[in-house]
Design a protein around this ligand. Structure first.
Ligand code: ADP
Ligand code: ZN
Length: 432
């Protein structure tokens, strides 16, 4: 179902008009109410009047994550505090978290974005949607919750964790949709397999996001859970999950461009890149008033496809996110993303998607260790068998990534499972 056909299927020409109107307003709002934006625009010699249409967006300054940290907690808010109805904060592993403030209108729009995604995944008011993203400052839980509520579905707000109870409720209440990170979905799938209750579940679709995942992981989750698995994308700075989502075609993540204007830039030259080219995703919020963001550099690497989708939606489609530029490991001069490793591992039926990368520098040489779990049924104490799996996977990793990892096959269930965003790599060189 298309939740809002008027917007999701509008002609590109009308969309452009709407984006232009909205950009003019939001730039003025940011300039007049956020000293940070006034200063940045003044420095560039750009006045709100210089922004007449969406084509003028390139005149605007960029915003980066450190700008949000430096303006902690609320200096980027553009409305009086009484108009803020919600706060969220992103995890921020180091230093201060990033705080986002939303007006009632912003929360409505966010819910609309998420409802559009859930509807595109086939959900309706007939569904019971289990939200197993964490509730709290993290945008995942409440974001999915509000979207499902807007759709009129029944929400089962289990939050993340307490896996046995999750599965019991999933079975007893007949959840038809599951919202969580792909890593947690994999963990749930493993537990469901162990309990042998897959056939008792009514799950039809999964809304997975908040971290990079691959096509091979999609296959794994669809097989294990007997569902259709869809991508949902978002970030706290721009609102939360539901900035975009896949449709039934599973051929790119539609971004809700009437609300969030995307650009792809070269992260080094900061110049916009031609359509289809891989680069850094940048967003301008066109209808967010509590904390408007102008040209926010997400550090997420992807590409955009403007060709019309078979589903009838006209909104642009984003490719899978390879990772954030800061997830990239440079090992012996070669760029490696954990998502590439995941994709290769899952090509092999003997392995499952549980892995952990450790990078270090010993005697001036980078070390690159990958711990990976074999599926229980393939694991044995027979070292000849283990060697066979190991050399096959190593050879494939070398051909895809370009360097040789030190691969270690570890016992099933020995890699820590994640309830939220999984941590797939540790770069010890950064700790030195
Ligand atoms: P934090 O920055 O603390 O992780 P967020 O929850 O705001 O907090 O994280 C947003 C980021 O999560 C995005 O910028 C992106 O890197 C990642 N992300 C979210 N959804 C997806 C997705 N569907 N695919 C890949 N990465 C995603
Ligand atoms: Zn589509």
């Amino acid at each position: 179902m298309i939740f809002n056909p008027e917007k999701e299927c509008m002609s590109r020409e009308d969309l452009r008009k709407l984006q232009s109107e909205r950009l003019v307003k939001i730039v003025k709002h940011a300039y007049d109410n956020v000293p940070f934006y006034k200063k940045k625009m003044d420095e560039l010699g750009v006045k709100p009047e210089d922004i007449q249409s969406i084509d003028d967006i390139v005149k605007l300054p960029f915003t980066v994550k450190t700008d949000l940290r430096e303006n902690y907690p609320d200096k980027l808010f553009a409305v009086p505090r009484k108009d803020i109805v919600r706060f969220h904060a992103s995890s921020g592993t180091t230093g201060k978290p990033i705080v986002a403030g939303y007006t009632a209108h912003d929360v409505e729009n966010w819910a609309e974005g998420t409802a559009r995604c859930l509807a595109a995944f086939g959900a309706s008011d007939e569904d019971t949607i289990q939200v197993s993203y964490g509730y709290g400052l993290f945008t995942g839980g409440l974001g999915a919750h509000d979207g499902a509520t807007k759709l009129g579905a029944a929400v089962l707000p289990t939050s993340a964790g307490n896996t046995a109870k999750q599965i019991m409720l999933m079975e007893d209440l007949g959840s038809t949709g599951l919202c969580c990170t792909p890593s947690y979905a994999l963990f749930l799938a493993e537990e469901i397999e162990k309990l042998g209750v897959k056939d008792k579940l009514k799950l039809k679709f999964g809304a997975f996001g908040a971290e990079p995942w691959t096509e091979n992981m999609r296959k794994e989750l669809e097989d294990k859970l007997g569902i259709k698995a869809y991508d949902i994308y978002g970030l706290t700075e721009i609102s939360g999950p539901g900035v975009g989502g896949e449709c039934e075609c599973q051929d790119g993540t539609h971004l809700w461009e009437d609300m969030f204007f995307p650009e792809i830039i070269d992260p080094v030259t900061l110049q916009p890149l031609p359509e289809g080219q891989e680069g850094e995703l940048v967003f301008t919020t066109l209808d967010k008033w509590g904390m408007p963001m102008l040209r926010y550099r997400t550090r997420d690497l992807t590409h955009l496809n403007y060709t019309k989708c078979k589903c009838g939606r006209t909104m642009v489609r984003m490719g899978r996110i390879l990772g954030r530029s800061d997830d990239m490991l440079i090992i012996r001069g070669v760029n490696v993303f954990p998502s590439q490793v995941e994709s290769v591992i899952l090509e092999f039926p003997e392995f499952q998607g549980q892995y952990f990368i450790t990078v270090d520098r010993i005697n001036n040489v980078d070390t690159f260790q990958i711990d990976v779990e074999l599926r229980e049924e393939f694991y044995s104490e027979n070292s000849a068998d283990m060697e066979k799996y190991k050399s096959a996977l190593t050879a494939r990793l070398i051909s895809v990534i370009g360097i040789k990892p030190d691969l270690r096959i570890v016992a099933p269930n020995s890699i820590e499972r994640s309830m939220g965003k999984a941590k797939h790599a540790l770069d010890k060189r950064k700790l030195q």
